[in-house]
Write a protein that binds this ligand. Structure first.
Ligand code: ZN
Length: 122
């Protein structure tokens, strides 16, 4: 079976496990992969920071229960969060760093800080 360099598509000769025709192609390929990974990380971090800012503005203006649409119109992206804390009653809180929310009925959101979660643990 013919094999080709992953970077430049040159025909590969020699060892069966060879993936690149040269060291230059190997490092060009890995540098590109690292660049793509860094770009993805930057993109995700930007979304997480924006989500955190939205939560923080609402929380700091005194909101603890808020309609889901209030976050959506500000550009909140629900699929991005840093971690999840599940309360003993089974209600999951999704966090962006230290600020989190639960959606007990998928419409109204309950906002909370990580500090409050830790304090409420038995
Ligand atoms: Zn090559």
């Amino acid at each position: 079976m013919k094999r080709f360099c992953l970077e430049c598509d040159e025909r590969l000769l020699g060892r069966q496990d060879k993936k690149f025709c040269s060291d230059q192609c190997r490092s060009a390929y890995h540098n590109q992969q690292n660049r793509d990974t860094r770009q993805l990380i930057r993109k995700v971090n930007k979304v997480l920071r924006r989500n955190w800012r939205i939560l923080s503005e609402l929380y700091n203006s005194g909101h603890t229960r808020i309609h889901r649409s209030k976050l959506e119109i500000r550009g909140f992206q629900f699929q991005y969060f840093t971690h999840e804390v599940i309360l003993p009653d089974g209600l999951p809180y999704r966090f962006c760093y230290d600020l989190g929310y639960a959606l007990p009925n998928n419409t109204m959101m309950q906002l909370a800080t990580l500090e409050q979660m830790v304090l409420s643990e038995p």
